[in-house]
Write a protein of this length. Structure first.
Length: 329
């Protein structure tokens, strides 16, 4: 049983009890409004409840005009749908079409338009949608641990990818299926979705740390895909490839660290200086392979630059809370 179902049941029961206590006829309608108002995040709940409330006011206004002018006939309901739905959509409250219909149909069912009946509908809206909003804002499940687990999954994929790149540089004949790239992409997308949901649960001062972290990994994954294209051009083992492989071995460990260590960047700078002092290639084949290796180093530098761009100062919060803000490699 999902937690949203439990919240929906609580909001439904609360709204019906309150509506019955207020003496509103057919109090179960408040439960229907509560069901429509329960959402997965606090921000989304606030947006949905606001849209449904104002959409109901628009629908109620139009419905009253139609009923007062044309009477309480079934075909008038058809006119309400024909003209009311587009009006609500144009007003920017399309999420509230169903809610407004509930209110308008209640007025139609009573076959009368009085101030008392209209106030009852507004009261019903406040009770039904308010109960849903109250339940949503009282508690939302904490997802920090789940997101931290996704982060570790992404880092693990990245670590394996870098080890495989190092192995391929040392042995170009090695065949790697690249399944970790697919797994990393799926995990990053899952992390972005979870991080976005976590942000929407904080109405005031949302923490964007997780969102920033997974966007960083998404950019880095694109850089890794470029590396794979360059790696395919290294079809022969060279000492230069062995030297670059050591960088990726180092990076496979650094990517699991909580902070951006800078060790791989330092090794890369030293290696690039060493490459500049080496003799030029003596054949076209060696030239092409060394060129691919050099471009691979430049793509690696871009990958590390992305990590540094997102790096934030270390703060004294618990480790599981500050992991995404520290921009590891």
């Amino acid at each position: 049983m999902g937690f949203r179902i439990i919240k929906t049941a609580a909001a439904t029961l609360l709204s019906i009890l309150l509506a019955a206590a207020a003496g509103i006829p057919n109090a179960q309608s408040a439960g229907l409004l509560a069901i429509l108002g329960v959402e997965t995040t606090r921000k989304r709940s606030l947006r949905t409840i606001t849209a449904r409330f104002f959409a109901s006011l628009v629908g109620l206004f139009l419905g009253c005009i139609l009923f007062f002018t044309l009477g309480f006939h079934y075909w008038v309901l058809g006119l309400y749908v024909l003209f009311g739905f587009p009006l609500i959509v144009k007003s920017g409250f399309k999420e509230g079409i169903v809610t407004s219909s509930v209110i308008v149909f209640r007025v139609f069912g009573q076959a009368d338009i009085t101030v008392h009946i209209l106030l009852q509908q507004i009261e019903l809206l406040i009770i039904g949608l308010g109960s849903a909003g109250l339940v949503n804002f009282i508690y939302m499940p904490q997802t920090g641990d789940m997101i931290a687990g996704i982060r570790k999954e992404v880092d693990g994929y990245f670590s394996v990818i870098f080890r495989q790149i190092a192995r391929t540089l040392r042995d170009p004949a090695y065949v790697w299926d690249g399944k970790e790239l697919i797994g990393a992409g799926e995990a990053v997308q899952k992390g972005l979705t979870a991080a976005s949901r976590e942000m929407e649960n904080h109405v005031i001062h949302p923490d964007e740390a997780w969102n920033v972290y997974f966007y960083m990994r998404k950019e880095q994954l694109e850089s890794i895909q470029n590396m794979m294209q360059l790696l395919s051009q290294v079809y022969r083992q060279l000492p230069h490839g062995d030297m670059v492989a050591e960088l990726f071995d180092q990076l496979s460990g650094d990517v699991l660290a909580e902070e951006y260590t800078g060790r791989t960047e330092k090794l890369l700078d030293d290696l690039q200086q060493e490459f500049q002092q080496m003799e030029l290639p003596d054949s076209r084949e060696v030239f092409e392979i060394r060129s691919a290796i050099l471009q691979l180093c430049r793509e690696l530098a871009l990958y590390l630059k992305i990590a540094k761009r997102y790096k934030s100062p270390v703060d004294p919060r618990p480790v599981k809370d500050k992991l995404p803000a520290k921009g590891n490699a």
